[in-house]
Design a protein around this ligand. Structure first.
Ligand code: PEP
Ligand code: MG
Length: 588
């Protein structure tokens, strides 16, 4: 028996047999010199290969939709958009022309240079896009010979397979058959990689961060995976297998229980109603809001409209996207957060303009204010779409009255342009230390507040939110963070201003309970975590939660607070493990 501690990035318990899969490679790319007269012909071959590859992706999207009810098929749309990116096409064409090389060679070189650029980015989310780029590069190279992407050709999986790979590409993940694949184990991968997102949609536990796993594992070897803690056991002994069988059964019972209650009202045992909202980042996730019986969208992240595209999105694009989120949700509130860019989240179309780079060093609202045209276009699109539903506008990273007032003035300008007589509610995200001290002023101008615990924790503790070392330096349970949260909810209540929490922490059952104990009544989270949060809140009384929170706030040490929460709540709200797999140790 060999035991490892990996990083859990999709929850669940699995017992199965190893099924190593090969890395996806397109095979050698022909590199021979082409004459100047042949350049145009290479350009045509390139465009034909692009069409073929996009056609394949659309077919894959269709098969994915058939496999998953609420599949995040937007992943395939992202790949099509990356392939269709005019600046990528222009760069490859220019390289063919300049170096007089084959289209295949130019694609390989340009893809590698893009991958290298993304791998150097500080933001983990952006780094994880490198595997998307490698994946589409492989697909495009295969398309020159009209070959299917290598992942579309692999053999079917035996029953109870645990897929083993150095890295799982998004198209390999899209090909997994959840009826036969029960787990995934890789050397590298990240929680926001598209492979991890798909694994979570399929309900397949995924553990990564096991060095040399491909060499360590024999095909057919027995494996146990805990997608909550990262524990991984190769060739387990009988007692280890027995222990996992108990976990597996508990996991199945727990999952069934939380799913069973997902349309019940979120009421504590003493009748206090907690509103549960969704955090979403793409149109395709709208169905998950309804599937999980959520009351609305508390945070619609709109960065995807700006990142990975060659041009700033036009007004009509904004309008179309927002309408498609609003229409299915009808009267439910939809909180649309305007562009939260800056520092390492810089759109490609701005990177290409180095003269503007002095404006890149601020984040969130101040970045938006430095590019008023993007902000105004987005606000106009949003206001146009507002006739389709119940829109609320949210500004990220507000630092005080000045920037928030300037933002509200832009909304007023856009409303006038769109000839609207009434503005939708406008809110401020509280996620900078400065905003904590400026709360009363911000509240004067805000219709609602939304607390971004991801950034607030990071800036209060000087600990990166990307921290995955499990040392627990980044934890919202630090006394200073809890006091900040209590301050926000108290000040908002005094001013009768609605306040919600939309950071990841709100999706962890025990933490969600603690927040309700402090007085928060609106929580926004990834839809797939909401069933566990609802289940937990329905088991607790608001009175008891208030006492637990009051006691926690008296404590001076994070270890004591952790122990207190575990002792007072865990046995009831987390029967198996915390349902938030990725990074839970780091947060709690
Ligand atoms: C936050 O910071 O808590 C938040 C919700 O915003 P984001 O994660 O998009 O920065
Ligand atoms: Mg934030």
């Amino acid at each position: 028996m060999k035991k490892f501690h990996g990083i859990p990035i999709a929850p669940g318990i699995a017992r199965g047999v190893a099924w190593p899969i090969l890395p996806v490679e397109a095979g050698p790319t022909p590199r021979y010199a082409v004459s100047t007269e042949c350049v145009a012909g290479e350009h045509v071959r390139l465009e034909e290969a692009l069409d073929f590859a996009c056609g394949e992706l659309l077919a894959l999207k269709r098969s994915l939709t058939a496999k998953l009810e609420d599949a995040d098929t937007a992943i395939m749309d992202v790949h099509v958009a990356l392939l269709r990116d005019p600046s990528f096409l222009a760069d490859v064409k220019a390289r063919i022309h300049r170096d007089l090389v084959t289209a295949e060679h130019a694609v390989a070189v340009e893809t590698e240079s893009m991958v290298a650029r993304f791998l150097q980015m500080e933001n983990a989310y952006m780094r994880e896009r490198a595997s998307d780029l490698r994946d589409i590069g492989t697909r495009l190279l295969s398309a020159f010979t009209r070959g299917a992407h290598p992942s579309d050709r692999h053999a079917s999986f035996p029953a109870n397979s645990i897929v083993i790979a150095a890295e799982l590409m998004p198209s390999q993940a899209a090909e997994l058959d959840p009826g036969r694949v029960v787990g995934i184990l890789t050397e590298i991968g990240g929680p926001s990689s598209h492979a991890a997102i798909l694994a979570r949609s399929f309900g397949i536990p995924f553990v990564t961060g096991i060095p040399d796993v491909v060499q360590l594992v024999q095909r057919g070897e027995s494996i146990l995976i805990d997608g909550y803690t990262g524990e991984t056991i190769l060739s387990p002994t009988a007692p280890a297998t027995l222990r996992f069988d108990v976990l597996l059964k508990e996991h199945e019972d727990y999952t069934e229980a939380i799913i069973h209650h997902r349309h019940e009202p979120c009421l504590t045992t003493d009748g206090v109603r907690v509103t549960l909202h969704a955090n979403i980042g793409s149109v395709s996730e709208v169905s998950t809001v309804l599937d999980n019986g959520l009351d609305g969208v508390g945070l619609f992240r709109t960065e995807f409209l700006f990142l990975g595209t060659a041009h700033a999105p036009r007004l009509s694009v904004h309008e179309r996207i927002y309408r498609s989120v609003l229409q299915p949700l009808r009267d439910r509130p939809v909180t649309i957060r305007v562009l939260d860019l800056g520092e390492d989240k810089i759109p490609e179309f701005l990177r290409a303009r180095p003269k503007l780079c002095h404006r890149f060093n601020v984040r969130g609202l101040r970045f938006a204010l430095a590019f008023p045209n993007f902000l105004r276009t987005q606000l106009r699109g949003l206001l146009r779409a507002s006739s389709d539903g119940n829109v609320r506008i949210l500004f990220p990273m507000v630092v005080g009255v000045d920037d928030f007032q300037a933002a509200v003035a832009h909304v007023a300008w856009a409303a006038e342009k769109e000839k609207l007589t009434a503005m939708p509610p406008v809110g401020a995200m509280i996620e900078t230390p400065s905003a904590l001290f400026e709360l009363d002023g911000i509240i004067e101008f805000a219709d609602f507040l939304s607390v971004g615990t991801n950034d607030l924790t990071q800036y209060l503790l000087a600990a990166s939110r990307e921290d995955t070392d499990y040392e627990g330096h980044y934890s919202m349970l630090y006394p200073g963070v809890l006091k900040a949260l209590q301050h926000i909810v108290d000040r908002a209540a005094r001013a009768e201003c609605d306040v919600s929490v939309c950071g990841e922490a709100a999706g962890i059952p025990a933490v969600a309970c603690l927040l309700v104990g402090m007085g928060f009544r609106i929580l926004s989270m990834s839809p797939h975590r909401s069933a566990a949060v609802r289940h937990a809140l329905r088991l607790m009384s608001a009175n008891e939660l208030k006492q637990i929170a009051t006691d926690a706030l008296q404590m001076r040490r994070v270890a004591d607070i952790r122990r207190h929460i575990k002792e007072r709540m865990e046995s009831r709200v987390q029967p198996v493990h915390d349902s938030h797999a990725a990074g839970v140790e780091a947060i709690v």
